[in-house]
Write a new protein. Sequence first.
Length: 191
Amino acid sequence: MDRDVVDLLEQGFAWTGERVALVGPDDLDAETPCEGWRLRHLMNHMLAALGRLAGAAEGEVAPPEAFDARAQALLDRLGDDCGHAAFAGVRDRALAVWRSPGVMERTCALPLGSIPAPMAAHLNLVEVVVHGWDVSQATGERAAIPDELAGPILDFSRQAVGPARGRAFGPDLSTGESLSDRTVSFLGRKL
């Protein structure tokens, strides 16, 4: 199972990297599926979150303010190329740490508490792929998450969230929609 999540992370970073590569300067002020968030803010948040997850897998303990999504979204991580190089850097760091020997035996410190590394790797997968979907919606590409990624993300999210569902999560659609639509809907995106 642990190797499977690393394979999925490689696929997820590649898929989202294709979405990020399409972002141009004119897209950065576009609205996203995340209410009240422009693409520049969502990408800054995504880069921060992916960096924090890689850091947690490396053994870092970030201060609580590093997890304030809105505050992190306002810090510019995009540089002059609309985040292309920043995303590549975060991708390379994350994949290097998740491929390192012994990483899956670690415990990762996150705001929700200390969690086993395999769970943090799955959270990393959710973050990178679902935010990739957000990017594609904002740029007008409207890419669907491939089933081989959407299925494991939805399964993990259902197990992780379970009865603790709050306002951040949408309806759990079971039929009539694509697997991509069911996944993003469950994770609070409006279709």
